[in-house]
Design a protein around this ligand. Structure first.
Ligand code: NAP
Length: 176
């Protein structure tokens, strides 16, 4: 496929849910790297700049999740993240969700357990930079979750930050 940035590639599809400051930066990196990128946000207008760059707007969370195997979510709070994901219904089964929403370890584990019940693979991530730092080779992003899931999407996730990686086998720190 040819993107507006001129890249010709067969890169895998990525969905980004949540287009605040951080989610927009995440989606921008995938687009610039030639990944077919589908986006959804509660306030649709925040997708305009990304759509102008080649992103596909999904009218519903369900359509967004159905668009590809890898779903990135970055919103304000894990309660919102879970409600948004719940609205995708059975489209979540067989997908891999990478939740980059900040919160507590308990929240991360709760979303991970819920995702497992949906038949959804799940990583929880922590971005150690501000939005303009996303996509930089020195940027650190930590992940917790199954190694097999991380390994499958490693090269795609490394686009967001060249340092960091999988540091725990589960979402959240067990004692916290
Ligand atoms: N910005 C940074 O530099 C930075 C750095 C590290 C980590 N983070 C983390 O990244 C995550 C997103 O932050 P942000 O900076 O992108 O925040 P933001 O610019 O304030 O955007 C918030 C996002 O969450 C959505 N949202 C909030 N409540 C919602 C709800 N009830 N239902 C559906 N959508 C809801 C917003 O949708 P609407 O557009 O419809 O309001 C928007 O997409 C947070 O966990 C934050 O801690 C951000």
């Amino acid at each position: 496929m040819t993107t507006t940035s001129g890249n010709t590639s067969t890169r895998s599809a990525v969905t980004v849910i949540g287009l605040g400051e951080m989610g927009s930066a995440l989606a921008g990196v995938f687009l610039d790297s030639g990944h077919p990128t589908t986006v959804w946000n509660r306030t649709p207008g925040k997708a305009d700049a990304l759509v102008a760059k080649g992103a596909r707007w999904a009218a519903t969370v369900r359509d967004a999740v159905a668009a590809g195997p890898l779903v990135i979510i970055s919103v304000k709070g894990n309660a919102a993240a879970r409600r948004i994901l719940e609205s995708a219904g059975d489209a979540l089964a067989g997908r891999a969700v990478v939740n980059l929403t900040d919160g507590t370890s308990a929240e991360a584990r709760a979303v991970a357990e819920w995702a497992a019940d949906q038949g959804t693979e799940y990583l929880h991530g922590q971005i150690m930079t501000i939005a303009p730092g996303v996509g930089h080779p020195e940027t650190v992003v930590f992940y917790g979750g199954a190694g097999a899931v991380y390994d499958r999407y490693r090269s795609t996730l490394r686009l967001l930050g060249g340092r960091g990686g999988l540091i725990a086998a589960g979402a959240g720190i067990p004692a916290l």
